[in-house]
Design a protein around this ligand. Structure first.
Ligand SMILES: Cc1cc2nc3c(=O)[nH]c(=O)nc-3n(C[C@H](O)[C@H](O)[C@H](O)COP(=O)(O)OP(=O)(O)OC[C@H]3O[C@@H](n4cnc5c(N)ncnc54)[C@H](O)[C@@H]3O)c2cc1C
Length: 563
């Protein structure tokens, strides 16, 4: 068998794995990263790229000096019995240091998201900003040949392969029919993208998750980290109870990779492990009722490897899954994609209803909350689903899911069956299989209050997060509320899906995997979604996957290096 010797082996090349690899390499270790897929980047490359990092240096530079107790207060209130002080402290104490480390020593540079509030503004300790970061846009030419080995942006969330950056960039795309400045921004972006497609066959202006992966991969390359694609780790090498490496399948056959400082499991959790979904996700009787967003290769390998070495899966979390509302997108080539409803739900003039025609949640709240409420409240014995319902004005202005706004035509989305359309609310309800009279009554009630900018039933627009998800250019009194008035009317079916999993291997504050007796297993770390969620399966803010993934990668890398 072929053999490679190194200090640290990292299994998986998403944010958590690359963070661990870059940190350890910078501290002097010889690091190998193995990646099961032919491309590097995992779910991270498909993500929005937002990282939750309270107390980060960009916020401080902008004059936001938060009492370090404030995020703890928020998390104590949010997590309740799931609050694990040692791991939460490790995260909050190290997140700012992680950002400083990458800013000072690597190609990973950040842009702040200081205007993004925590999700549950009504909960004591919630911040109105200063907690979010995203990788700065990146010119893929900086990466050289490695760029072709990076996972391109997700088809459904980009436009002709062009990723759109959350924040001002996205704002310009949504405002292009209402502002000349926005129109010029979009036109410029589009022309540059077409040039990149012609010259390079892919997007070269990287933003969001692909920018994070691009910058981390470049940093890894600069530090001589060995990156091996199409190389799934198959089993760990355990000697005297200590993990010393792994056997990896490569194109040339099995390779034994021996790692003197151990192995970091960063294989992206189990969003595509059907059996574990069936066992752990609520209302998922066959495991197939779930639309996972991460790549197929994130299928539970890291957790199985950890368990085989004596690790334990933590299952008592508030939720085993980071829920996302997802619709199925039938593409013209016959394939079916998954679209995450992150942006549209909070805009004024759309509601979410169950098959009984009733609303069930504040649609402008968090994506996890929307889906959790749908799973809890969909009528028993029926498929768990909901419908987002809007009128023609809304669809043309904001788009509905994957059906893009004007100037793109809505017809193809209707013809493919992605959208249902009806001249009246009752006709739309019949097309969807929703109770017609109940939906008509729901819309009538909603409109009565929406005309005044109110939503007494669910309080849309009542938190800073709600308002951020609304439309700042909306002329009414509430950026999240407008009547659903002018036909034709549209609806898209939304199903339970996920950004990833929360249940993962039990770890300590150093990201070391814990064995049955509660002691760390020598030489074994788990980070990212292979590690049980540090926030106990709760979703208090956007960016709570990638912030901890980057931070515990940094912690594991330093620990392995003895820093
Ligand atoms: C559309 C979308 C939007 C999102 N937006 C955000 C956001 O803005 N903010 C946020 O915090 N979270 C977001 N998330 C969630 C976030 O992206 C993930 O939680 C995070 O990327 C997980 O990082 P990771 O390093 O654990 O795993 P990944 O990035 O998934 O990387 C794991 C890698 O391990 C590889 N692997 C699997 N098995 C093996 C094996 N046996 N051997 C070797 N390699 C293996 C996989 O192929 C994969 O490449 C989003 C997710 C999606 C899908």
């Amino acid at each position: 068998m072929k053999r490679i010797d190194c200090d640290l082996l990292v299994v998986g090349s998403g944010a958590s794995g690359l963070s661990a690899a870059v940190t350890a390499a910078w501290h002097g270790l010889k690091v190998v990263v193995v990646e099961k897929a032919p491309v590097f980047g995992g779910a991270t490359a498909w993500s929005g790229g937002w990282m939750w990092a309270p107390g980060n240096p960009l916020a401080k530079r902008a004059g936001i000096h938060e009492d370090p107790q404030q995020p703890r207060t928020y998390l104590q209130n949010e997590l309740g019995p799931h609050y694990d002080a040692a791991r939460v402290d490790a995260f909050l104490d190290n997140a700012p240091a992680m950002v400083t480390f990458f800013e000072q020593h690597t190609a990973l540079q950040f842009v702040d998201g200081n205007g993004i509030p925590d999700i549950h503004g009504q909960v004591p300790g919630a911040a109105t900003g200063g907690h979010q970061l995203i990788a700065a846009p990146y010119d893929a030419r900086e990466i050289g040949a490695l760029n072709k080995q990076l996972r391109p942006t997700m088809r459904e969330t980009s436009f002709l392969g062009m990723p759109i950056m959350a924040g001002a960039d996205l704002g310009a795309f949504l405002g292009m029919t209402r502002s000349a400045k926005s129109f010029l921004h979009v036109a410029g972006r589009f022309v540059r993208h077409l040039r990149d497609l012609a010259l390079h066959g892919r997007a070269m202006h990287l933003v969001n998750g692909v920018a994070l992966v691009g910058r981390l991969a470049k940093s890894a390359q600069d530090l001589n980290v060995q990156l091996i694609a199409s190389a799934p780790a198959q089993r760990l090498l355990v000697e005297g109870g200590v993990v010393r490496g792994a056997v990896v399948a490569t194109a040339g056959g099995e390779t034994e990779i021996r790692a003197s400082r151990g192995v970091v499991l960063a294989a992206g959790g189990f969003p595509n492990d059907i059996a574990r979904r069936q066992a752990l996700f609520p209302r998922t009787p066959t495991g197939h009722e779930h639309l996972a967003l991460p790549p197929e290769s994130c299928s539970g390998d890291g957790i199985r490897l950890g368990e085989a070495a004596g690790g334990m899966l933590a299952t008592g979390l508030a939720s085993p899954v980071a829920w996302a509302p997802v619709s199925r997108v039938p593409h013209a080539d016959g394939s079916v994609g998954h679209f995450p409803h992150i942006i549209d739900r909070g805009k004024p003039g759309v509601i979410g209803v169950l098959s009984n025609g009733r609303r069930f949640v504040n649609e402008a709240g968090g994506y996890h909350d929307y889906t959790a409420a749908m799973v809890a409240q969909a009528p028993a014995g029926e498929e768990v689903c909901s419908w987002l319902v809007c009128d023609h004005r809304f669809q043309r202005l904001y788009g509905l899911g994957h059906a893009r706004p004007f100037p793109l035509p809505v017809g193809p989305a209707v013809r493919s069956g992605y959208l249902q359309r009806g001249a009246t609310i009752e006709a739309l309800a019949r097309a969807c299989g929703i109770a017609p009279a109940a939906l008509a009554e729901t819309v009538q009630n909603f409109n009565r209050h929406a005309r005044l900018g109110e939503d007494p039933e669910f309080g849309r627009g009542s938190t800073p997060y709600n308002r951020k998800m609304g439309d700042a250019l909306h002329t009414g009194p509430n950026p999240c509320v407008a009547p659903i008035a002018q036909g034709p009317f549209y609806a898209v079916k939304v199903l339970p899906g996920s950004f990833g999993t929360f249940a993962g291997l039990r770890t300590d504050a150093q990201a070391r995997v814990l064995g049955v007796g509660g002691a760390p297993i020598g030489g074994l770390y788990a980070v990212g979604t292979d590690m049980a969620s540090v926030l106990g399966g709760c979703y208090p803010s956007g960016g709570i996957n990638l912030g901890p993934a980057m931070t515990f990668g940094y912690i594991a890398g330093r620990h392995a290096a003895g820093a």
